[in-house]
Ligand binder design. Structure first.
Ligand code: FES
Length: 98
């Protein structure tokens, strides 16, 4: 099982391959907004993925279109509600842009 590390707290937990990144973060008890109920409409679940990006599901058009509207997006940006966890360990940084 991949390990998920959540910054800035540094909290780690085991994540399930095939689970939504948002759900894994919420399971950890971390506070992450998800205002549109995971429909890629609000952008409030925007995170930076520092490690393990390539093992996450590929960015689909709806996610890409939403990311294009957000401030502070980088090549590490993902919407946690759209990213599915793969087999590799992941480090994400929770943001406070919204
Ligand atoms: S919860 Fe709204 S975009 Fe992810």
């Amino acid at each position: 099982m991949p390990m998920l590390t959540i910054m800035p707290s540094g909290k780690t937990l085991q994540a399930e391959t095939g689970a939504r990144l948002l759900d894994a973060i919420l399971t950890s008890g971390a506070d992450i907004a998800h205002k549109c109920d995971a429909k890629a409409e609000c952008g409030s679940c925007h995170v930076f993925v520092h490690d393990g990006r390539k093992s996450l599901s590929k960015i689909q058009r709806t996610e890409n279109d939403k990311l294009d509207t957000l401030v502070g997006v980088s090549s590490k940006s993902r919407l946690a509600c759209q990213a599915i966890i793969g087999a590799e360990n992941i480090t994400v940084e929770l943001l406070d842009f919204i």
